[in-house]
Write a protein that binds this ligand. Structure first.
Ligand code: ADP
Ligand code: MG
Length: 173
């Protein structure tokens, strides 16, 4: 069940309960359908919250059918065969944010492409700003809680598309 806030036109947030892994994948696929050519997304949440699973769904939604592995050791996994170039980052292993600069990762944030970043705080203050922030929390009674927050006009546009009812609206008589 999606909890958007249609009564407020410019509410920059939306939430959704994801009962199981397939719901996380579906949410990622749905997010894929809202993406412009260029966007930076921060993925927040503890280890095992589902950040990589959501990314896997997003890539699937863009037509990528290959393996999606966690970039925990490689820092970045590029996906150039999907409809839009996607760069998946994971800074969990950073002990020092300077590693972001040392690894030359800034260039990935220039130009077109979708950038998804797990553990963004570990690369601050060097990491470029996000358009959309996604949080995942383990729910004690089961599943995950997903929250989206827009931080730019582009991000807001994605969030509105994500929260919009799916399917064709009924024709006016
Ligand atoms: P993270 O990247 O945040 O560390 P992962 O995406 O690797 O987390 O997922 C951790 C585990 O959570 C996986 O085993 C995945 O199947 C499971 N998972 C993902 N979404 C859900 C969900 N909505 N409900 C229950 N388990 C989930
Ligand atoms: Mg992960």
């Amino acid at each position: 069940m999606l909890h958007a806030h249609p009564e407020h036109d410019n509410d920059p947030s939306a939430g959704l309960h994801l009962p199981d892994e397939s719901a996380t994948l579906t949410a990622g696929e749905r997010l894929a359908g809202t993406l412009p050519a260029r966007l930076t997304l921060y993925l927040r949440g503890d280890l095992g919250a589902g950040k990589t699973t959501l990314t896997r769904g997003l890539l699937r939604g863009l037509g990528f059918t290959g393996k999606v592995k966690s970039p925990t050791y490689t820092l970045v996994e590029p996906y150039k065969d999907s409809r839009i170039a996607v760069y998946h980052f994971d800074f969990y292993r950073f002990t020092d944010a300077e590693e972001f600069l040392e690894a030359g990762l800034e260039e990935y944030f220039e130009g077109d492409g979708i950038r998804l970043v797990e553990w963004p705080d570990r690369a601050q203050p060097y990491l470029p700003a996000a358009d959309l922030e996604i949080s995942l929390h383990v729910v004690a009674s089961g599943g995950r809680q997903l929250a989206l927050r827009a931080l730019s006009t582009e991000g807001q546009r994605c969030l509105e598309k994500f929260a919009a009812p799916t399917g064709t609206p009924p024709r006016a008589p």
